[in-house]
Design a protein around this ligand. Structure first.
Ligand code: URP
Ligand code: ZN
Ligand code: ZN
Length: 467
């Protein structure tokens, strides 16, 4: 017989509702929401009772953009699937969608198999994959259909990083056409990488080698231009498009005008663009390297536009782009040449809490918090209602969230395998008290109870906004 769990005394908060209810869990799934004290609640005989008094009972977070162990700039992202998914669980995220990578000259199959091998048996929470296309050829285009059938239904291409992950406009168009035919969703890293490389070369020639020049050469207009181009190519292909890690107000304006015209253009942003700004890149010494990511942090004025986009629906998802590199030994690869700093920042553990702080600060409503962090990413990437909500039949990925617990962010206390916190010393209010992944308690009151191998691969359906 499967174990039964009763979550009682809290307020269930989903993207749609806010109700005082007990959650009845049988094995790995939610079987009912019951009015406290009702016959249904009283007749349920649990093995475990989880007290949620004073807490929100929310769906586990769905982080649709992580890069565990990602190879980048001659090194690898510091979190493995084991450490990264454990950190995610600590932060109330119970599903990640990571990126498998096609290597240049390699097949999608080889890339996907490699990422399955990295993740299988190592994850604390459930996981799925997008596929990065680094070599769009006739044969890789042919493989896309099979991947959609295997639950890998989204494909990322880079308009940035020439010579590494870069796809030219013809390749982007061809992949979008194929995605359109097969029901796949293309995800675009929208920056004009060819123009950026010219600016990088010119900056270095002038002796401008510090981290702050990373922010200058990756101009907001080059994000906006690429966003415009990506959307235009998607329209020509008759396919939807999802812009990843959008940070510039000008790029958001491109998404907004396309959406206004009825185009299936979607975009995500990330907490670093909402809570940090370009000034971090000018920290003394080489400290600014901790804040090197692409798209880059922007001047603080962009944040108001991003919050506005999140309150409406021009930005519909907040994911992390979690891609951590230690300061010592990894970020330091770029001492004397900012273009050699591995791009990326940690975030998988802090997303839910930073967004809860955004609720307290009045930027978004609490239901919008759940919509942006749980429900919409699940729908966007074909996981709803299994993930992203609390309803009969959903996986029992449930977070008992204490909205009053104050925490101070620090590398000394976080669980990500990286030697700095971008938010070192910053205080936020709200924290996961208990986290269930498919009915199993993985975190409870500052104790980790999960294990590597509990997390399973999720075969995803196609994007659920296009039916
Ligand atoms: O700086 C970033 N974003 N690193 C991860 C790779 C990517 O472009 O998403
Ligand atoms: Zn990217
Ligand atoms: Zn990324």
């Amino acid at each position: 017989m499967s174990a039964r769990t009763l979550v009682t005394g809290g307020t269930v908060l989903t993207a749609a509702d806010e109700i005082a209810a007990d959650v009845l869990v049988d094995g790995e799934q939610v079987v009912a929401l019951a009015t406290p004290g009702s016959t249904l609640a009283a007749s349920f005989t649990p093995d475990t009772v989880v007290d949620a008094t004073g807490c929100w009972v929310i769906p586990g977070g769905v982080d649709a953009h992580t890069h565990m162990e990602m190879p980048f700039g001659g090194t690898f992202a510091a979190d493995t699937f084991e450490t990264g998914t454990r950190a995610a669980a600590w932060g109330g995220t119970t599903t990640i969608v990571d990126f498998a990578i096609q290597s240049k000259g390699g097949s999608l199959r080889e890339g996907l198999d490699t990422w399955h091998a990295k993740a299988e048996g190592n994850c604390a929470i459930d996981y799925a994959f997008h596929m990065i296309l680094s070599d769009v050829t006739d044969s890789s285009l042919k493989e896309m259909e099979a991947l959609v059938g295997e639950g890998v239904s989204s494909f990322k291409m880079f308009m940035a990083y020439p010579g590494v992950f870069y796809s030219d406009d013809g390749q982007v168009l061809r992949a979008m056409q194929k995605a359109g035919e097969t029901g796949g969703l293309t995800m675009i890293h929208a920056e004009n990488g060819i123009a950026i490389d010219v600016l990088v070369e010119q900056a270095l020639a002038r002796g401008q080698s510090d981290p702050r020049y990373h922010g200058q050469v990756r101009h907001a207009l080059l994000e906006a231009e690429a966003t415009h181009r990506a959307i235009a190519l998607a329209r020509v292909a008759g396919a939807p498009v999802y812009i990843v890690h959008l940070s510039a107000a000008e790029a958001l304006a491109e998404v907004a005008s396309a959406r206004e015209a009825g185009v299936n253009a979607f975009a995500e942003t990330c907490p670093q663009y909402l809570f940090l700004d370009v000034d971090e890149l000018s920290r003394p010494g080489f400290e600014g390297a901790k804040y090197v990511c692409s798209t880059p942090l922007r001047p603080v004025e962009h944040q108001a536009a991003l919050w506005r986009g999140l309150r409406g629906d021009d930005l519909s998802v907040v994911s992390t782009d979690h891609c951590p590199f230690c300061f010592t030994g990894q970020k330091e690869l770029g001492v004397g040449d900012f273009s050699k700093i591995p791009n990326g920042m940690p975030g998988v553990e802090t997303r839910m809490d930073l967004l809860h702080q955004a609720v307290l600060d009045g930027h978004i409503s609490r239901r919008r918090w759940i919509e942006l962090a749980c429900a919409t990413p699940a729908r966007m990437f074909g996981l709803y209602p299994r993930k992203g909500t609390i309803a009969p039949g959903s996986d029992a990925d449930i977070v008992i969230y204490d909205p009053t617990r104050v925490q101070t962010h620090s590398a000394a206390t976080h669980h990500m395998a990286v030697d700095y916190s971008p938010y070192e010393g910053r205080t936020t209010t709200g924290k996961a008290r208990t986290v269930l992944s498919r009915g199993k308690v993985v975190v409870h009151r500052d104790e980790y109870r999960g294990h590597a191998g509990h997390g399973r691969f999720l075969r995803r359906d196609t994007c659920q906004y296009l039916r």
